[in-house]
Write a protein of this length. Structure first.
Ligand code: ADP
Ligand code: TRP
Length: 339
């Protein structure tokens, strides 16, 4: 993939207690994209706090989660000098754009969107009315997301499988507008599937997820991380048995987070036999601490000095608005026949 002169945009919803699955699957790859764009390209990274209010109505909670996610990205190496970094709610141009896009979005698109369909399916399974508890924010989620993307003439949107449909909807809306006005009013974006970003298993072997309570916390204390690592599920094979590393959960977790040399050592130890699960856990623990210690320090620094983070976010929003405004004006020129 050639990223020269391209605009790459990633949005992240404030979630909850971050774990190393979030780190290897979302945070790290997003930050790495920032290193791939060149001087004439743009890397845009924002916190989707307006998307979050569809689900989170508890204001102090939303504010805490937003703060945590912003500090986490900075602590993990996002460079706001190189990547545009802001909160969605600080860019009002997005909402003018959303209103415009609504007029070109067939309602049927929304009926088919995954997030809405999943909520409907849940209601049906519970025997509740189809649309129980579903607000218009959730229903029209893909339109705001299209606005996030189209407002910056985005070329690529790195996403996991579940978000591809949303990027396709953005491309379809832009395509409909361009076709109607017979010119390129909006740039057509493409998704970039971050499939390589692997799914890290949790300490019980299911996907690591805060909902399954099986996480290794990203910014936990040494002791919390140790406790989680020591509870990783193992089997009762003899220490000297030769094992297939692919069958061993500890190996899968190590592959996601540990340096290659450590992974190779664990692989060899399992294949040859003689390396106990206790020693592997110690190696894994050390590898995780090596990876996160410095980031954790930065994270708590930013959490304690949020004014600094806020300044970065505000200045990011100013820069974002300078890009979004002319795109919006271009669209308004077309729809209101102003030029
Ligand atoms: P959780 O499953 O803990 O609720 P989220 O759904 O909030 O996590 O995920 C936030 C981001 O982290 C998403 O981009 C998701 O793909 C990524 N992510 C979450 N869990 C994992 C995992 N176990 N392995 C890899 N990536 C993950
Ligand atoms: N919908 C994305 C998610 O749930 C977050 C998001 C909002 C986003 N706007 C975006 C992602 C624009 C990419 C581009 O993870």
């Amino acid at each position: 993939m050639n990223y020269e002169n391209k605009t790459i945009l990633t949005g992240v919803k404030p979630t909850g207690t971050l774990h190393i699955g979030n780190y290897v699957g979302a945070i790290k790859p997003a930050i790495e994209f920032g290193h791939k764009v060149n001087q004439n390209g743009k890397h845009i990274m924002f916190v989707a706090d307006y998307h979050a209010i569809n689900a989170i109505k508890d204001a102090p909670l939303l504010s805490r989660l937003t703060k945590e996610i912003a500090c986490a990205y900075l602590a993990c190496g996002l460079n706001p000098e190189k990547s545009l970094f802001y909160k969605q709610s600080d860019v009002p141009e997005l909402f003018e754009m959303t209103t415009i896009l609504m007029a070109y979005t067939p309602k049927g698109f929304m009926n088919k969107a995954h997030a809405y369909k999943a909520a409907v399916d849940k209601n049906i399974a519970r025997g509740e009315p189809t649309d129980a508890g579903i607000n218009m924010g959730l229903y029209t989620y893909p339109v705001l997301m299209a606005s996030d993307i189209l407002s910056y003439d985005t070329d690529f949107v790195p996403v996991g499988k579940d978000q591809v449909q949303h990027v396709e909807i953005a491309a379809d809306i832009a395509g409909a507008i361009n076709a109607h006005y017979e010119k390129e009013v909006l740039k057509i974006p493409a998704s970039y599937l971050t499939e390589s970003a692997q799914v890290l298993p949790g300490i019980d072997g299911q996907k690591m997820s805060k909902s399954y309570h099986n996480v290794i916390p990203l910014f936990g204390s040494d002791n919390e991380i140790k406790k989680a690592v020591m509870s990783i599920k193992t089997d009762c094979q003899d220490i000297n048995d030769k094992k297939n590393p692919d069958d061993i959960l500890l190996y899968h977790i190590a592959r996601g987070i540990a340096p290659e040399s450590v992974v190779a050592e664990i692989k060899e130890g399992l294949e040859k036999g003689g390396m106990g699960y206790g020693s592997i856990k110690k190696m894994l623990l050390q590898a995780i601490l090596d990876e996160v210690s410095e980031k954790r320090e930065k994270y708590f620094y930013y959490m304690d000095h949020f004014d600094e983070v806020n300044d970065m976010l505000q200045s990011g929003a100013q820069k974002a608005r300078q890009i979004a405004r002319p795109v919006l004006e271009r669209v308004k020129d077309a729809i209101f026949n102003r030029k």
